[in-house]
Write a protein that binds this ligand. Structure first.
Ligand SMILES: N[C@@H](CCC(=O)N[C@@H](CS)C(=O)NCC(=O)O)C(=O)O
Length: 266
């Protein structure tokens, strides 16, 4: 059976879970508790030397990188296809899947760090975060993480990232106009839409959907994506979402006994 190392509130993992759900593939989950640096432990690094999620295991094959995994699953389980028919449309699909990774995801990291990760200090307390960070094999990186988590939210950085994101959404608006919609590549729902869904989900969770104000076709596309049962199945339950603008930190701190890999809201 396919196995997936993931955490719930990760856009890259959400993308892979969506492909699995669209294709109705059964899979065995392995939850990684990122706040406790599970992904930096030797047993996980033996699978994924980059210490990032997702990692997919299919028999003897270890697959890394959400976009690569998505294409692999589409080839290996072709009954429900997630690519357009023509080479030109497939190139368009890959270009947008690439742009998600090259441009949108890095912007998401900036916004998420500022609006979500900095809440960890208040939620868990610095003593707890320091304790967990001892598990990090690279203590300089762990210290950098602690410094950033305990820094004030950088509103300027968030606004600059949102502005760049808006520019990409305006580009995507033109793409949908050219393709004729409703999907990025026209009539075929594809891996490009699947890459975009979790990214827009995060923007919504960050309360930053204003980036779609000048992109009504993208806003419509996002509604279509959200209506898909596979997207809903792959989405993190609220309980598994990190704290953020839509999920205020609990009144009392959450201790190390919090459910493994989860970020309970109360
Ligand atoms: N390009 C990679 C990016 C993977 C990635 O950065 N994953 C994030 C979660 S969305 C992660 O593991 N972050 C943990 C960390 O950086 O410590 C992919 O698409 O798989």
């Amino acid at each position: 059976m396919i196995e997936l190392y993931h955490f719930w509130d990760s856009p890259c993992c959400f993308k892979v879970r969506t492909v699995l759900a669209e294709k109705k593939i059964e899979w065995k989950p392995h939850l990684i508790a990122s706040v406790q640096f599970d992904h930096f432990q030797p047993e996980y690094q033996a699978l994924n030397p980059h210490s990032i999620v997702p990692t997919l295991i299919d028999g003897d094959h270890i697959l890394l990188q959400s976009g690569v995994i998505a294409e692999y699953l589409d080839e290996k389980f072709p009954d429900i296809g997630l690519k357009p028919d023509t080479p030109a449309d497939r190139a368009t699909m890959r270009q947008w899947a690439h742009d998600e990774q090259a441009y949108l995801f890095p912007l998401i990291i900036i916004m998420s760090f500022n609006l979500m990760m900095t809440l960890r200090e208040k939620a868990y307390g610095m003593d707890q975060l320091r304790e967990w960070s001892k598990r990090h094999p690279d203590q300089a990186r762990a210290q950098d993480y602690l410094n950033r988590v305990s820094s004030p939210m950088d509103e300027e950085a968030v606004n600059a990232a949102a502005k760049k994101f808006t520019w990409h959404m305006e580009r995507l608006e033109k793409q949908i106009e050219v393709s004729g919609g409703p999907w990025i590549c026209g009539k075929t729902y594809s891996l490009a839409d699947i890459s975009l869904g979790p990214i827009l989900d995060r923007m919504e969770y960050l309360d930053l959907l204003r980036v779609l104000d000048n992109a009504p076709r993208v806003a419509e596309l996002y509604e279509l994506i959200k209506a898909r049962p596979a997207f809903q199945k792959a989405a993190p339950d609220f309980e598994y979402r990190m704290w953020g603008p839509k999920k205020p930190i609990p009144k009392s701190q959450v201790g190390p006994d919090a459910p493994y890999g989860s970020f309970p809201s109360k």
